[in-house]
Design a binder for this molecule. Structure first.
Ligand SMILES: [Zn+2]
Length: 270
């Protein structure tokens, strides 16, 4: 394996909230109550390129929705030694508000998103405030995406693909129609940025779906796909909102504990 096609992966925690447990684990299997729900963006980088996975929510959007913004996702790139102008590519895993704000902050980036997701966020489903439908999408983010399409800066994908050697995008669906995950080659082998194909690791371990989906069958099949892509090794699966990510992997610096972790490195915690 040449070092050219392996990558470092930084996961940055930019926001947090408490959610109702039953939203993420269908009752009656788990007791009702609150569960910590963290918000991440990820930076995949080597000497040749810097790729951002999702852009986080905008301060106004998160505030309106009662989320606690800990740090601006765009500015927090500096914690890993990057800035927005260096980002060559932005992978949008899906268009929910917490993954797709701030698109206008990345002037030189090319965006990668599934055609199915674009169709969804411009469909009649957006007229519904249901959180599985229009309720989790910001029309301003859709406008920003359309502007980028007009500017010729969006690579619209029709299924799974290799973005560049060592970085694969896998269309999963389920949570949203165009939900995709990212598989990255690192020095320790493949790592799966599962994103919202798997909010908490327990979802995939127990094959226990979250309540937020448009297609339950695709979500369940997605769990099998994640396990297959990770070779059944949970240390290779990075769930989308699970606080365990910050506990399990090493921070680049002591001052960044519970803020940034390197998931291309082997786990240090449980
Ligand atoms: Zn999410």
């Amino acid at each position: 394996m040449s070092s050219d096609d392996t990558y470092k992966i930084f996961v940055i925690k930019y926001a947090t909230t408490n959610m109702k447990r039953e939203t993420f684990f269908v009752p009656p299997f788990f007791p009702a109550g609150e569960i910590q729900f963290d918000y991440y963006i990820s930076v995949i980088a080597n000497e040749k390129r810097v790729i951002l996975v999702d852009t986080g929510f905008r301060e106004e959007t998160g505030g309106r929705r009662g989320r606690t913004l800990l740090r601006c996702p765009v500015e927090s790139l500096s914690l890993c030694g990057f800035d927005a102008r260096q980002v060559d590519d932005v992978i949008l895993t899906h268009l929910h508000y917490d993954h797709a704000g701030n698109m206008g902050c990345f002037d030189s980036a090319r965006f990668h998103i599934q055609q199915r997701e674009i169709e969804f966020v411009t469909s009649s489903m957006m007229s519904s405030a249901n959180p599985n439908l229009g309720g989790s999408v910001e029309s301003s983010d859709v406008h920003a995406l359309v502007d980028l399409i007009f500017a010729g800066r969006v690579n619209i994908l029709h299924g799974s693909t290799e973005l560049v050697p060592g970085i694969e995008l896998h269309l999963v669906g389920g949570h949203t129609p165009g939900q995709q995950l990212v598989r990255v080659k690192t020095a320790r082998g493949w790592v799966i940025l599962a994103n919202d194909t798997c909010h908490y690791e327990k979802n995939v371990i127990d094959r226990h779906p979250v309540c937020a989906f448009v297609d339950l069958r695709e979500m369940m099949e997605g769990f099998d796909k994640i396990m297959h892509l990770a070779d059944g090794d949970m240390s290779r699966i990075i769930p989308g909102h699970d606080p365990i990510v910050m506990q399990r992997f090493p921070s680049p610096d002591k001052s960044l504990k519970d803020i940034v972790v390197r998931v291309d490195l082997p786990p240090v915690g449980n």
